[in-house]
Every structure is written in structure tokens, then in C-alpha cells.
Design a protein around this ligand. Sequence first.
Ligand SMILES: C[S@@+](CC[C@H](N)C(=O)[O-])C[C@H]1O[C@@H](n2cnc3c(N)ncnc32)[C@H](O)[C@@H]1O
Length: 400
Amino acid sequence: MSRTELPKKLEAEIRLRVFDEKEFLKITQVSRRGGGSFKVSLRPVVVKGERHFQGEMTEDGRTQVKNFSLQAAENGLSEMLSQTGARDLHLITASGDLHVRVTKKGKVLESRSAEMARVIDAQPAHDRVKQQPLTSFDSAALLRVLGIASADGKIKASKRGKYDQVNEFLRVLESTTANKPEKTLNIVDCGCGKAYLTFAAYFYMTLVHGFEVRICGIDRRADVIASARRTAVDLDVSNHVVFIQGELESSEPEFSADLMMSLHACDTATDEALARGMEWKCRYLLCAPCCQHELHKGLKASNEMRAVLRHGILRERLADLLTDTLRAQILRILGFRVNIIEFVSSEATSRNIMLKAEFCVKPGQSGAISDYLELRDYWQVSPWLETRMSALIDKYLKRY
Ligand SMILES: C[S@@+](CC[C@H](N)C(=O)[O-])C[C@H]1O[C@@H](n2cnc3c(N)ncnc32)[C@H](O)[C@@H]1O
């Protein structure tokens, strides 16, 4: 026996408690390497109704997560137990804790808690009663890897707004696709940034709604795309969650998309996202616009509206309202049924409007065209999206 190996009897006890004790909760081992530490843990999870084990490895601040079958988990535990060097191991089950410390000199110190009867949730995490989309499945590792939750699982105060936005966006995603006949879903996330929504949507629609999901995030920033790709590897989903670094106007997902979503793509990037969604022939478009400067300067004060436009803040709000109204009208002309909703409370973000559209109407409806033209001409504006979609929309507008 090498100086830092665990006694066989102790190893056997650990294996037995991990795989045969019904109320095994978690095993964690922290070993010191060079100046840093390496932490590895294993806990039971239920994925699509089957018992699996989730492994988590953290080194140099980077956490990787992977779900294992029983066989793979047995191998993983053997690897964990065969590590050498100074380390601390902590096994938690409902009946009590076992601590093992291996010192630098190879001394193995064991300590056991008194016999306990911890009350554990009879429902595995995946089956818990739904409260919020991100609590309706076992999202602890996802939220930690994304940096939304801290190491102890608490939502960071600085990320609370994003957490709420993502949860509410997921609710809309869920209701939008509720009647989709096929259980496949190909999503493009335009202006994905750090991809909080991208990953949350993948796991939620896969684990909770049983869709086979492929998702592609697009962003022009190289740094956020590099980090999102690393996250996909760390969460072991890089076959299904992919990223393109590039401009929305020239990026092409590798699949035919059903749904385009966009959370706070800046200014006319929202229009570009809508345009791309239509060009990709997506049935569903979910778009929460961000800052919009396009119409702000262009609004000309007719006599009746001069008093409103005199005030900067009112001019800005009016420009926002008009921009989204004109966007919605353009989508209606092009065959979409459109709802404009407040998808999240204004405390989570003041940018809480969402355009929710489904392609299900015959394009070129005369009411949609006349409403659009009257509004556009009253304000004497040239919406960016109309120019962008001229190849499709001009034929309808010219009729009037
Ligand atoms: C405000 S961030 C939102 C990120 C993410 N959706 C979120 O809610 O956390 C907007 C992102 O859109 C990206 N973006 C803006 N215009 C773009 C364009 N034309 N092509 C690609 N990415 C764009 C920016 O680089 C930025 O990462």
C-alpha cells in the first residue's frame, strides 16, 4: 500500500454507501495540487425519469459538469478514490457524514458524525413541484457554471435581474411551443452575449419539456463567444449548443430554425434579428428589444404632438412605443400573429417589452397594411425594418 492510499475496508464502505445506500446525497473530495486545489464531487440526479449521477470537477475556478450512468459513476468513484496526495473527502448520506483526511505524510484520519435521520426531499430535484422554470429542474450546476449562483448555490445579488429575465423568458418560450406537434426544437439566439438564456433554454426545454433541442447562439463579440463555447464544453452539451462569432446579418446556423429569440440585442440589432428570423423561415419569433435610438431623432413634431416631443424623456418613450408598434405591424403584414407583452416585471429590467410572433396568417392583410401606413405616414418616419425587409414587403405596401 502506497503511503497515501485509502485502506481497502474504508474504500469498500464508501462504495457501498454511495451506490447501495438509498439515501446517499453527495461525496466530495478536495485535493491540493501545486498551489491550487482540485475539487470533485458526485451526487445522484434523475434525468428523464432515470437515476444518474452528476459529477462536478472544479480546478482553477473552472467547473465542469457531466451526468454519468451507474457504470460510468462507478469508474468515476474508483478514479476519485485512487487519487494520491493530501486530500479531504466528505461523504454525506441521510444517515450521517463521513470525513476522511489524508495528510501530507500519508496518515489517514477518519471521523464519523453521530447517526442521523436527515429528512431528504422524497422527490428528486427534477421532479419537484414547479415554482419557476429554473427551479423546476436540477439547475444548481448550470447556474453555478454560468456565474448566476455562487458556490453555495445562492443567486448572486448582481445577477438577480438576469435570473428573473431568463426565468420569465423561459415561461414565454414554454407557452409559445406548447402546441408544437414535433418534439424537436431548433433555436437561434441572436445577440446571445454570455449565453445565459441560450443554456437555460437548452436545459429547460430538454429536461422539463422533453424536446430534442439544438440551439445556436450568435454574437459579434469574440470574447463572449469563446467563453460560451467553454461553458458548452464544461456543461457537456457542446454537441447541441453551438455558437457563431459574427454579425447577425451574415451568420447562418447549421440547422433549419424553428424559433428565433433575442434578449436585449442593441438598437437595430433587434430589427436585424427579426429580419433574420423571417429569412430563416422561423415559425416563432421572441424578441425583447433593448435601447432603440432609431426613431428618436427622426420624430417630427406635428402641431398636435409638439407638447409631448418637447420633453426628452417623453420623446424617448414615444419613440420606443412607435418603434415597437411599427415592428409589430411589419410582422403582421408579413404573415405573423403578434402579441406585445411585458414579459418580466419592470424591477427586473425597464426593457421589459417583448414581441411574440407566430407565422400563421396569410401575408398581405389589408387591415395590417393600412394601419401600418397610416401610422408611418402620420409620423413621417422610415422604419429600419421596412427598408431591411423591402424585398418582401414592398409589393404589399405598393398596393396602397
Ligand atoms: C445587451 S447584450 C445582451 C446579451 C444577452 N442576450 C443577454 O441578455 O444577456 C447584446 C449583445 O448583442 C450583440 N450584438 C449587437 N449587435 C449585434 C450584431 N449586429 N451582430 C451580432 N451581435 C450583435 C452584442 O455584442 C451583445 O453581446
